[in-house]
Design a protein around this ligand. Structure first.
Ligand code: ADP
Ligand code: ZN
Length: 212
């Protein structure tokens, strides 16, 4: 299957994508993660992206499109993949379609802006293995450390309240038009994000018609 997860920053796309990815044994491609890794490794892409990410703005379409084009041509994507955080603009969606990628479903996880702003304060991530947690909704069994690899958890630089507001504004302006785009293609399924992560997972699997 080829699946896209759509949703505002902090709506829980990444978490749900990781679960579905394991269930279907297909890789998740998170453009945000790949870009953050490029920033850490100071690659040319990382150098362009650093300031933009910190301001809550998008990385230029052409760079992200090339990154995805390369990634999905790799062997592990043969049987399908999940896209988390791509496409984020109509331009990117068109490029994906021009790559000949036939998407099965677009899962749109809906969470209100007020809830997102409330939730983001509790978000924690592992800079080593990219696992994500939430102090209230999805705490690590190892408290302040990653339960998978033991690394000390941190708050992402772009999760500060001001940057979150900016990212929401960017989301509504540049990414939300994709809801209509994929709805017109008959691919959009909307899942209302729940307080409990496993409730959102159940609704997501139902929407994808994948057995729990
Ligand atoms: P979230 O979904 O929580 O906003 P991501 O990890 O998906 O976070 O993305 C973090 C940042 O990486 C974005 O704010 C943006 O600057 C950049 N980014 C990720 N994916 C894309 C994309 N498809 N196009 C442009 N920029 C992107
Ligand atoms: Zn970890």
């Amino acid at each position: 299957m080829k699946i896209i997860f759509l949703g505002a920053p902090g709506a829980g796309k990444g978490t749900q994508a990781a679960i579905v990815s394991q269930k279907l044994s297909i890789p998740t491609i998170s453009t945000g993660e790949i870009i953050r890794e490029s920033v850490r490794n100071e690659t040319p892409l990382g150098k362009t992206a650093k300031e933009l990410i910190e301001k809550g703005e998008l990385v230029p379409d052409n760079l992200v499109i090339e990154l995805v084009r390369n990634r999905i041509s790799q062997d592990d994507c043969k049987n399908g993949f999940i896209l988390d955080g791509f496409p984020r603009t109509i331009e990117q969606a068109k490029a994906l379609s021009e790559m000949g990628v036939d998407i099965d479903a677009v899962v749109n996880i809906f969470v209100s802006d007020a809830d997102i702003i409330r939730r983001m304060g509790g978000r924690r991530t592992c800079s080593k293995c990219s696992a994500t947690y939430h102090t209230l909704y999805n705490p690590s069994a190892k408290g302040e450390c990653c339960e998978k690899c033991g690394e000390k958890l941190s708050v992402r630089a772009d999760d500060s309240p001001e940057t979150v507001k900016k990212r929401l504004e960017v989301y509504h302006r540049q990414t939300q038009p994709l809801e209509d785009y994929y709805n017109d293609l008959g691919k959009l399924v909307t899942v209302v994000g729940q307080e409990k992560l496993e409730d959102t997972t159940r609704l997501t699997l139902e929407a994808l018609k994948v057995n729990d």
